[in-house]
Write a protein that binds this ligand. Structure first.
Ligand SMILES: [Ca+2]
Length: 292
């Protein structure tokens, strides 16, 4: 008979950490250790995705407004910063724009294409355990609206943006006259350090403005007409990826919760960054030898 005395069977050990302990607690914030990235728990819920017909600003690809339900998940509280991205690619530069730096530590990383954003998520999942990825387009809009049914999470008025978002504003228009400006001052001409402005009702910062954020989904012009109700993942195939949120150089038309932009997965620009989400049920395995 085989004795088990002195024979250690290695069992998977999972950390009872912030992420696993606090699933379901809306608004709870946990820090990921490798990058010190903060994630906020976004609870289960349903919402109207897209723009209603009465919204005069809506674009053709924002309808039909349709009910979507999302499982709870951890959403990045801020856009990924230059410092956080450089843990992955130390020599990455976000450059400058017309003499204004985009490359400081707390500014959001820009000049990352979709493939690189996706690779960053895979790298972090490997480093940290758990599943980190780009949010789907539906997860993004659910998180951005945070219960709001208006065009922007703070309401309908575009010109109220400057307390909540870094947009094309009168500060920027003074030096960049080509801007279609909001009629307010947000104090920043290029990208702002993440978290400078007021959050939405979920506690998420910069969901509108600052930089456009890559989502996981292929862009589907007519996808809303056939989208499944629960956790839609976008078309199975496509040529371009969907971006959301508007950026520092955009006027009111584009800085709305429902606005959809697209670019090919190799496209990069000074207005494009991203944020990550962490899947709610994913666990953090402890390396052998670590204390539980
Ligand atoms: Ca601005």
């Amino acid at each position: 008979m085989l004795s088990l005395v002195g024979f250690m069977v290695p069992l998977p050990v999972y950390a009872v950490d912030c992420f696993t302990e606090n699933v379901g607690k809306a608004g709870h914030v946990c820090l990921e250790a490798t990058t010190e990235m903060a994630f906020v728990y976004v609870p289960d819920g349903c919402f109207k995705m897209g723009s209603p017909e009465k919204d005069m600003e809506r674009g053709n690809n924002e309808d039909p407004a349709h009910k979507v339900c999302i499982d709870g998940f951890w959403m990045g509280q801020f856009e990924v910063t230059n410092t956080q991205y450089r843990r992955f690619k130390p020599d990455h530069s976000s450059r400058d724009f017309d003499g204004y730096s985009l490359n400081r530590t707390k500014q959001p990383v820009v000049y990352v294409n979709w493939n690189e954003a996706d690779a960053y998520a895979a790298w972090l999942s490997e480093q940290a355990g758990g599943i980190y990825r780009l949010p789907t387009e539906a997860e993004w809009e659910y998180a951005a609206r945070a219960g709001s049914t208006k065009a922007r999470f703070w309401g309908s008025r575009a010109d109220a943006a400057c307390r909540y978002a870094n947009v094309a504003d009168r500060t920027g228009k003074k030096v960049f006259p080509w801007m279609t400006s909001h009629r307010c001052y947000d104090g920043v001409r290029s990208t702002a350090p993440v978290g400078r402005y007021l959050p939405n009702a979920f506690g998420l910062h910069d969901m509108l403005g600052n930089v456009w954020e890559w989502t996981a989904d292929w862009f589907g012009e007519k996808y809303y007409a056939k989208s499944p109700r629960n956790n839609p993942k976008g078309p199975a195939h496509g040529r371009a990826k969907t971006l959301r949120g508007g950026g520092w150089s955009n006027g009111p038309d584009l800085v709305r919760s429902a606005f959809r932009r697209r670019h090919g997965p190799k496209y990069r620009h000074n207005y494009i960054g991203f944020r990550l989400m962490r899947e709610s049920g994913s666990t953090t395995p402890i390396k052998q030898g670590d204390a539980p």
